[in-house]
Design a protein around this ligand. Sequence first.
Ligand SMILES: CC(=O)SCCNC(=O)CCNC(=O)[C@H](O)C(C)(C)COP(=O)(O)OP(=O)(O)OC[C@H]1O[C@@H](n2cnc3c(N)ncnc32)[C@H](O)[C@@H]1OP(=O)(O)O
Length: 403
Amino acid sequence: MPAVPVVLSAERHREAAEVFGGAYLVGPVTDRMWSRSAATYKGSTVHAVLEDDDSIGAVARAFDVTLAVPGGCVPAAGVSSVGVRADRRRRGHLRSLMTAQLEHLRAAGAVAATLRATEATIYERFGYGVASSYGTLTVDRARARLRAGAAPERALRLVNPTAALQLLPQVHDRLVRSRPGAISRPTWWWTNQVARMLDKDEPLWVLCTEDGDGEVDGWVVYTATHTDTASGEHRAQVSVIDLVGATPEVELALWQAAMAIDLAETVVAQGRPLDDGLPLALVDPRAARLSAVEDETWLRLLDVPTALSARTYGSADAVVLGVDDQLVPGNSGRYRVGPDGAERTEAAVEVEIGVSELASVYLGGTRFAALATAGRVRGDAPALRRADLLFAADRAPWSGTYF
Ligand SMILES: CC(=O)SCCNC(=O)CCNC(=O)[C@H](O)C(C)(C)COP(=O)(O)OP(=O)(O)OC[C@H]1O[C@@H](n2cnc3c(N)ncnc32)[C@H](O)[C@@H]1OP(=O)(O)O
């Protein structure tokens, strides 16, 4: 039996980062790396399994975020930097960490936890389910032209990246509230993701859209690599690092701006939502291709009653879910979910669902009927249809924030 995990004090955070770096195969933590990562760890709760000689055998980090859900938002935790030392694997360290972390986060009032998984076979056993997916959008600029009337003209402002580091964090969390799955970005996220690129002397541009009052309501952050033609003509590939808009219309205006960058042959954006509006708005929809689709958000509902009450539902007759949560038995039980909300009930169960599958349907990104076909939920067809209508969301879930 591994020792019960402890919460590490700040003095041992660098040691924890070393253990994670080794497990994640990124190697030793240099002073330069630590000058960036220290703030990340300081802003987190770090659980560790200590070995008999007091060395760290395994670590997991969690930090506070706000998670947007359909019609609202909940306090949540981002879980990251999970690693077990190579000489301590497959003896239950991860299970101890996940159990301790889950209890800690529940006690702290987090309604859900979200993570990005290195492997898709690890986290379901701890109640996590895939709640959003993303893909790479590759735009062939020579073919890409917006349809008439798509994306109204918007004022653009090129912002110096250093100034953007001050400006964008002030508006990001407000802008993304209407996208289920979006999370607030901690201060250290901005420093790590953007400042790291500035450190590397990579070119970086930030083009912002403005609303009628001159306030920033979206941005595209991009870099470029050069791909000169065989005849020596100067060409480039533009790589979009971040494209965030207050509304789908603003996002289209940002795409328009990205597609208008002269000398670019292709514009490539990784990690785009499955309902990115660009392909439908193009005269030639094949000018923008979505590829490399994979899981983004792994979600764990820590407090099922609060989570179910925190979101809004579509129009359909109510359905009674029978939820099963092996790790947190208090979450198990019957819930009546209808257009007016969700509450515990004693009524007969119509759809049986595990807590990991409940996480997958919670943001509207997966259908009950599809899970039933896969043998992962049970219920008759009319009940599944009502559940799908109730849990459907206006926009595909998407976090857009990698950590
Ligand atoms: C959010 C993030 O940070 S994602 C990053 C995750 N970390 C990494 O990928 C770094 C490299 N890998 C590791 O450090 C470790 O192998 C870990 C963290 C994946 C697993 O740690 P371990 O301590 O070996 O896992 P532990 O012994 O507690 O196993 C718990 C269960 O998970 C299973 N499991 C462990 N690792 C894996 C894996 N890579 N793939 C599938 N199942 C796994 C075990 O079989 C066990 O299953 P069971 O409960 O049904 O018996």
